[in-house]
Design a protein around this ligand. Sequence first.
Ligand code: SF4
Length: 328
Amino acid sequence: MYYYKNNFEYNKVSKMHQKLNIYLAGPRGFCAGVDRAIEMVKEALRKYGKPVYVRHEIVHNKFVVENLKSQGAIFVEELDEIKDKSRPVIFSAHGVPKKVPKEALKLNLIYYDATCPLVSKIHKEVENFDKKNLPVILIGHRNHPEVIGTMGQTNSEIFLVEKEADVKKLPLNVNDQIAYVTQTTLSVDDTKGIIKEIKKHFPNIIEPKKNDICYATTNRQEAVKKIANQCDYFLVIGASNSSNSLRLVEVAKKYGSKKAILVEDVDSINLNIFQESKNIGITASASSPEILVTKLINNLKNNFEIIVNEEHYEKEDVYFKIPQKLKV
Ligand code: SF4
């Protein structure tokens, strides 16, 4: 489905007298897993009062983290940093290795797991392959928390592949039965190439039943692909430690935008970069709230004459419930 909509008013008051066409990608911004994780922290604050601990940034976005801090959340990287062990702790949306809930039990902590259900699905796959004694290849980015969490679902070795060239170097027999899974927030295009290489190298490879790259990652990348070649500059609102944000910048460049950058702070964007530009693409990563898109557009509106064209690649209606036991 692909339709065109223009739902922003033409701005007649211009300060720079320069016209900008804004191409706004849709869908963009929060996905169902991010929504659920943030809601879980808020619900924990309602249920238990302040403070509530959160292990790792609940989602990779400074605005979200600062907002939750102001409501009483305390962010830690490891459970032993929790000063008051009587307070609850929430695990982030990226997922955690199995040893983390075990440690929480040992420390007698009240804990809630905000791992996105689509990441939990991959954890289950790894567990099942492990039960069948199948070696597992994980396509993903080293040191990303989701990858650390997925690798920590088994005591057996998981073989990490970051790029096509890694496949040939794997210490596995080409005729072995092997399974693979992927991180949820990868580049759809790059991953296709790596999977092709894996299949070529290991003819007996077992694939996941359903693509592990999640719906939100796929839709946000497809939405950018549809408009990138109309753009001189593509602005991706997101964080530098967010995999899905970085992939959107790559996709915008690859699909024709002359330039593409990550915008971590919408208030301090240098407007001079648009001097040579007429057509600006805008999207927001799955962990960036819509309020940042509005702020950015208002910032541009205050300085240029703008026309906003909003394009929708796909309508999303995915929703994940928060655990019943957390409800007030
Ligand atoms: S990006 Fe995908 S896997 Fe990650 S939290 Fe969102 S829906 Fe879940």
